[in-house]
Design a protein. Structure first.
Length: 473
């Protein structure tokens, strides 16, 4: 059963243990979740072939692909393909942990995740350069994006059903926060779709050019750039909040008591406030002439980088600190894993917190400086921030949550310690490389990435082949 002991619907099996269709008995949520882990592991490994900014030695990365086009477009769209799998896996876990019982929502989420998870990474291989309407890769990937939109909408509708059923969970902060995450992602998706239309088709329909020139006083390209920035900040905020919320639900938030639970509640309020503020700033920065600069009295403070934006400050004050409060309380009050000395206990307790700290530190130290030639920093900074700081940390936490939900003790020992060792090596290696410029740090990080990837592979391989029957927990 799910991590919440309150409000369990006895009329339906937990989502990940359910047989959705009698006609397609092999198509179960459990198999799709494990397939996504296996699938995304292969595509993450393939990212080094799409573009590797470390090839060519220091100061000479192989970053440009094709005449007049920067490979950064391909890198970003490839990452979108990976993130589609990440969000799809999160949706499957959410459907299970939130105890959504509607059979229509369950089927729709399962089918949508399967379509989005397969098509978006495949499309990303061929969606290589702007203009993005030049090939079939775009349309394959867009189909995946739209399927993911359908998943989020259905998940929100299922949550409304849980609330209408009167389940106690529907009135708790983690539940409400997941709902806010879904709404934020939909808003970010709409902004991203609009930016993609402008980049692919320009001033078509013509109202786009009218709004950019007459209302904003800027070019269509500048309008698209503003929308991309707003979309990126929203997704970079919403995904971590969603991941933290799922960890809290599965790892014992509803069993916390006293001051520990009150601290966790404060953390959830802070993260929810971050999403509200980020949505407001996205609306202003995307559709108004809002520069997003820090207030002068903050920007003039010692140790405040000149390139820091208001979005970054809000994320630090509310998302980062709120997330650390929640994950810290879950680590010390975790009743899913009793004790700190059990072989599986240590990594399961501290892994989500470690990954969140790694996400914070890596994205901070790879932030482009004020003298950077581009808004994304050096190729190495951009690759580490996107693929390691964001994608690897968030997906690794989801894999641990999924493994803890589906597997027995022996498998958790293997997956937990492999993930923890790999993450520690990645964290250490990236820090050495960024701070010292030593390629030894990069090699150390590669070893860590291989270990983390191995833990994902072992998870998918065990669940799909070695022990395909669900472990009811």
């Amino acid at each position: 059963m799910s991590g919440n002991a309150e409000g369990t619907d006895s009329r339906s099996a937990p989502f990940l243990d359910d047989d959705i269709s009698e006609r397609l008995a092999w198509l179960t949520p459990r198999r799709v979740a494990l397939f996504l882990i296996f699938w995304v592991t292969m595509f993450f490994a393939g990212s080094v072939f799409v573009n590797n900014p470390f090839v060519g030695g220091p100061g000479n990365p192989t970053w440009e692909i094709g005449a007049a086009y920067s490979s950064y477009y391909w890198v970003v769209m490839y990452l979108h393909g990976l993130n589609t799998c990440l969000v799809g896996l999160a949706a499957l876990l959410a459907c299970d942990l939130l105890e959504i019982s509607s059979p229509h929502v369950r089927k729709g989420v399962l089918i949508g995740v399967l379509i989005a998870g397969i098509l978006s990474p495949i499309g990303a291989i061929f969606n290589t350069s702007a203009p993005w309407n030049a090939g079939a890769g775009l349309w394959i990937q867009v189909t995946g994006f739209l399927a993911l939109d359908e998943v989020v909408i259905l998940l929100l509708w299922g949550m409304v059903g849980v609330w209408r059923e009167g389940k106690p969970m529907s009135q708790t902060l983690p539940f409400l926060t997941v709902g806010l995450v879904g709404l934020t992602m939909l808003f970010a998706a709409v902004i991203g779709h609009l930016a993609g239309i402008i980049l692919g088709f320009g001033n078509n329909p013509s109202i786009i050019g009218w709004y950019a020139t007459q209302q904003l006083g800027e070019t269509i390209d500048d309008f698209a750039f503003d929308l991309i920035g707003a979309h990126a900040y929203l997704m970079m905020s919403a995904v971590p909040v969603g991941v933290v919320s799922l960890v809290a639900i599965r790892f014992g938030y509803y069993r916390l008591q006293g001051w520990v639970k009150n601290v966790a509640r404060v953390g959830f309020v802070m993260m929810g406030l971050d999403l509200v503020l980020q949505s407001g700033m996205a609306l202003m920065s995307g559709f108004e002439t809002f520069p997003g600069d820090l207030p002068p009295f903050v920007a003039s403070m010692p140790w405040v980088p000149s390139f820091l934006a208001l979005n970054d400050l809000i994320n630090f004050l509310f998302l980062i600190l709120g997330g650390i409060l929640v994950l810290f309380t879950i680590a010390i009050g975790n009743e899913r894993v009793r004790g700190w000395k059990l072989p599986a206990g240590l990594p399961l307790r501290i892994f989500p917190l470690l990954m969140f700290v790694m996400f914070t530190v890596v994205t901070t130290i790879t932030e482009p400086s004020a003298t950077s030639a581009t808004s994304v920093g050096t190729p190495e900074q951009a690759w580490i921030r996107l693929f390691i700081g964001f994608f690897l940390t968030m997906l690794a936490v989801l894999v641990i949550v999924g493994a803890e939900r589906l597997f027995g003790f022996a498998q958790l020992v293997r997956v937990g310690w492999t993930s923890l060792a790999g993450a520690a090596l990645v964290f250490t290696g990236v820090g050495i490389y960024i701070q010292e410029g030593a390629y030894f740090g990069g090699y150390l990080a590669v070893v860590g990435i291989v270990l983390v990837g191995l833990s994902w592979f072992l998870t998918g391989q065990y669940g799909l082949i070695v022990h395909p029957r669900p472990a009811h927990q």
